[in-house]
Design a protein around this ligand. Structure first.
Ligand SMILES: NC(=O)c1ccc[n+]([C@@H]2O[C@H](COP(=O)([O-])OP(=O)(O)OC[C@H]3O[C@@H](n4cnc5c(N)ncnc54)[C@H](OP(=O)(O)O)[C@@H]3O)[C@@H](O)[C@H]2O)c1
Length: 342
């Protein structure tokens, strides 16, 4: 069978870099073109020096009109929020799309406008499937367009979904989440670039983070979720990784073994979710598509920890996992990679 042809819009950023690192070694796909904005015209290997020796492709300029693109089965969009909103509606029929931005994650127009300060996608939103692979597999398999989840949303949802699905949460949920600096993308800004962050630790976007409505919306799709969510984001002085600590109370006393059965049942067949003892560590998931989860109980009190690589399971890796399902490949194709140690 011939390989599926894929393209990337926005290949010169951090999400695009990880898409390239994975797709260049994917046995079932051929990368046909990759676009950039300021880096258009340069060889990929000059921009992403880790890929030197692996590809001779150049970054193409991104056209405003993509209605005539040809010879492509699927397009990844790894562009800043707001760009794919105008591009994906132009795609010719039969071309699938996976968007890594937040443009198509929120169904409710008013909520989208409030958090993203952009016009909502409108009718085309109905064509999008939310791409948290472990909770939405069947829908993703037949999806035309996938809205790939946010990185904080992925870590939080994977930590909470088994309890929500089983209707076990009572009272409010507090999520204390931290990200490395690569979460802000490749372009340095005064308040987000690494020299400012490497010796510091701070909280940001209290009650206003755009992943809050995404998490609430999807928890309501997973099960009955009508409790308050307090979600707080922090900057970690590392380059990659997300760590989420989720605090909650359950409706009944549960032992660690009870919770263990719930999580192992929920994630049976989910290769990329690993239940670990003690605490996950961003060190053991970095550069991989794994989400490591640990939990602890004391009567009705439960704490669940989860760790992912924001650029892999939180972005490009999950996007490829979704592509695999959309094309009928094994979900793990091209993604069974261990991390590095230390
Ligand atoms: N970073 C993460 O951890 C993460 C996780 C999950 C989801 N996401 C989402 O994924 C998307 C990409 O994030 P990122 O971190 O990869 O961002 P990034 O490093 O800033 O890369 C952005 C990409 O978009 C291109 N671009 C910028 N402005 C453009 C324009 N006006 N027209 C066309 N192309 C343009 C850039 O090209 P040039 O560099 O050549 O200008 C670059 O290829 C964002 O929506 C982000 O929210 C990011």
């Amino acid at each position: 069978m011939s390989r599926k042809k894929v393209a990337i819009y926005g290949g010169s950023g951090y999400g695009g870099s990880e898409l390239l690192r994975i797709l260049l070694f994917h046995p079932e796909v051929e990368l046909v073109f990759v676009t950039a904005n300021e880096h258009a015209g340069k060889p990929i290997r000059e921009v992403h020096k880790n890929l030197n020796g692996f590809t001779d492709l150049l970054f193409l300029p991104a056209p405003d009109d993509i209605s005539t693109i040809d010879g492509v089965d699927l397009v990844f969009f790894a562009l800043p929020h707001g760009q794919a909103l105008n591009l994906i509606p132009q795609l010719p029929g039969g071309v699938k799309a996976i968007d890594l931005s937040g443009d198509f994650r929120i169904d409710e127009p008013d909520i989208f406008r409030k958090y993203y300060k952009l016009d909502h996608a409108g009718q085309i939103q109905a064509k999008f499937t939310y791409g948290l692979t472990e909770t939405n597999r069947d829908a993703i398999k037949s999806a035309e367009y996938v809205a790939n989840p946010g990185c904080f949303a992925t870590a939080t949802l994977l930590a909470l979904a088994p309890l929500v699905k089983n209707g076990l949460i009572s009272g409010k949920v507090v999520v204390d989440a931290k990200t490395g600096s690569s979460g802000s993308g490749a372009k340095p800004a005064a308040n987000t670039h690494h020299p400012q962050r490497m010796n510091s630790f701070y909280a940001y976007k209290p009650f206003t983070h755009q992943h809050v409505p995404e998490i609430e919306q999807h928890l309501r799709q997973v099960g009955s979720f009508d409790t308050d969510l307090i979600f707080m984001t922090h900057s970690l002085p590392v380059s990659r990784g997300i760590f989420a600590s989720c605090y909650l109370e359950t409706s009944a006393d549960l032992t660690k073994e009870d919770i263990g059965k719930i999580y192992s049942g929920f994630y049976e067949g989910s290769y990329f979710v690993r239940i670990v003892e003690g605490s996950p560590d961003i060190n053991w998931v970095k550069t991989t598509n794994f989400c490591d989860i640990a939990f602890h109980t004391s009567g009705k009190q439960v704490v669940v920890f989860s760790a992912i690589d924001n650029l892999v399971k939180g972005a490009a890796g999950q996007a490829v996992q979704n592509m695999n399902l959309m094309f009928g490949f094994d979900e793990t194709t091209g993604l069974r990679l261990p991390g590095t140690t230390p």
